[in-house]
Design a protein. Sequence first.
Length: 161
Amino acid sequence: MKNHVYRQKDIVHVSFEIGLLLKGIHGLAEIIGGVFMLFLTPGRLNFLAHFLTKHELLEDPRDRVANFLLSLSNNFSVSAQHFTVFYLMSHGLIKCILVFLLWRRKLWAYPLTITSLILFIAYQIYRYTFTQSIFLILLSLFDAIMIVLTYFEYKRIKSAR
């Protein structure tokens, strides 16, 4: 019975570590995406979308993916660019800092991470009401799992001290 309890704690701990790694990678990807978005002006995006879709639209003018990309690029504004840069850079930076603090086992970082993830989920659900993006739901589910894992890891570290 005692072995079973230790095995469960190990699984939770390993899951937490894997989740942290994934959060760190995602945070870095958001920062890189934010830097990329600094240089992707609406004109450049429009040119890129037309360049990437012109052959497909010659074959099938009703191609859904190609027309979606063109529509997306036509609706991309400077204010959308600025918001995207701000969102990706700040979100990625916050995640990377929290991951670093958790890997350093800073006790105060666990409640801060849980609070941050709750706020991220709230915002992602809010954005979902506009976009209906399944990605936002999946990201929110992953964040919810990370909240639970962070809580258990916090309890484990706190009791070990």
